[in-house]
Design a protein around this ligand. Structure first.
Ligand code: NZQ
Ligand code: ZN
Length: 385
């Protein structure tokens, strides 16, 4: 096992009705800003629960943070927060609202051009306005981690940044808030969580027994309960298991002390930036193709995955690896998610632009061995047409 440092200070409030407790988590005289997305929280009653919990406390609101939160929108939120002297933020929504809020929180305490925070590829956020979250879409793990992904559609950029100063103070995880998710977003959450797990598990063995078994437990839970969430949207137990799995998958716990891949994510971000397909949809296209191309480097873990996750014990090593990759593809498709570019109506003509963007963003040595060159990224995408 590799050395690691892990600090996760977020207070998690898990369960039905926990939104009622947020007032205890927010300083009483805070100049609070509530951030949210396109309005789902108004339709499903979550905002109403937040109002009730705040019981008339001072707050301003900033809505309209879009999926793949855009820099331009977030700059308007930063202006409003400055005008109002905001000193605490409550993000209510999915990963995009939480990521956007992390950017707002960091930018409010950053002196330079806010875009530097993502564009410079360095840790620049040394301070941030404190914030908490009410999560409504289990997927990204943003409610418990230090990462955020920000987009700039006008330049075709989608880039991540990380800072321990943007870890949420608290996050509410009420599984009933996810009952209103449309099937596409249920699938997005399950597939994103699945791929977060494989990015930290399907690499090479370092005898990290607990991390491996934790990762396998997450994958098995998703395989069992992902399709059930589509079939029985108001099954509390199913939603609770998926919500907890999503938080844990990108919490740092399974990723501590082990090698990381993240190539599917980096290639996927460029696919989203160019074609607008959802984050998880991009992963479902890239991962199966990436696993085929990197099967030698990942051989030992792919065999372990085949046996422990898919119960594949018969046949040659090559057959078991093939069957595990096909089982992964089949699972994504069972969740209603295409696993080829053609499934999104794309013919691959955008691949050269995607590869150019990877180079522009310095994504030229991806994967756990840093050996996924732009040429290999191109092959991964071409094989996924
Ligand atoms: O905007 P509203 O109206 O709220 O609707 C949203 C949005 O349209 C809707 N939604 C959310 N909760 C709902 C709901 N609809 C009905 N009922 C509910 N309870 O779902 C749509 C998608 O929301 P979004 O927040 O964009 O989805 P997700 O949570 O999948 O976040 C995706 C973003 O997170 C980034 C992705 O790249 C993408 O930008 N990621 C962030 C990571 C992190 N911070 O660690 C890691 C991930 O790998 C990922 O890259
Ligand atoms: Zn992801």
């Amino acid at each position: 096992m590799h050395d690691f440092m892990l600090h996760r200070p977020t207070r998690l409030l898990f369960g039905e009705g926990q939104i009622a407790r947020i007032a205890e988590e927010i300083p009483e005289y805070a100049r609070l800003m509530i951030t949210y997305g396109g309005g789902s929280i108004k339709q499903n009653g979550v905002l109403e629960q937040v109002y009730r919990a705040l019981d008339g406390r001072f707050h301003v609101e900033f809505g309209g943070i879009e999926p793949n939160p855009s820099y331009q929108t977030l700059c308007r939120a930063i202006d409003l927060a400055r005008e109002e002297g905001v000193d605490f933020i409550l993000a209510v929504g999915g990963g995009s609202v939480i990521d956007g809020t992390k950017f707002i929180a960091g930018a409010l305490r950053y002196d330079g051009d806010p875009w530097d925070i993502v564009a410079k590829r360095q840790r620049l956020v040394f301070d941030a306005v404190p914030f908490g979250c009410v999560l409504t879409l289990p997927a990204t793990g943003s409610e418990f981690n230090e990462g955020a992904v920000i987009s700039r559609p006008e330049t075709g950029d989608k880039l991540d940044f990380h800072s321990p100063n943007v870890i949420p103070r608290f996050s509410v995880l009420d599984p009933t808030t996810t009952y209103s998710l449309p099937p596409r977003q249920i699938a997005n959450g399950v597939v994103d969580t699945f791929v977060h797990t494989t990015e930290q598990y399907l690499t090479y063995p370092v005898d990290a027994k607990l991390q491996d078994r934790f990762a396998e437990g997450l994958l098995l839970t998703l395989i069992e309960d992902g399709p059930r969430a589509l079939e029985e949207p108001e099954n509390y137990s199913v939603r609770a298991n998926i919500m907890w799995a999503a938080t844990m998958a990108l919490s740092g716990y399974i990723g501590s002390g082990v090698p990381h891949d993240w190539a599917s994510h980096m290639i996927g971000h460029e696919l989203t930036a160019l074609h607008g397909i959802d984050h998880a949809q991009s992963l479902a296209v890239v991962l199966p193709s990436l696993l085929r191309l990197t099967r030698e480097a990942k051989r030992a873990k792919l065999l372990q995955y085949a046996e422990r996750v898919w119960n594949l014990r018969e046949g040659s090593e090559e057959q078991r690896i093939d069957a595990a990759i096909e089982a992964t593809r089949g699972f994504f498709e069972r969740m209603g998610m295409p696993t080829r570019l053609s499934g999104h109506g794309l013919d691959g003509s955008g691949i050269p632009t995607i590869v150019d963007k990877l180079v522009e963003h310095g994504m030229v040595a991806l994967g756990e061995h840093r050996d996924i060159t732009p040429d290999i990224s191109r092959q991964i995408l071409e094989n996924a047409i």
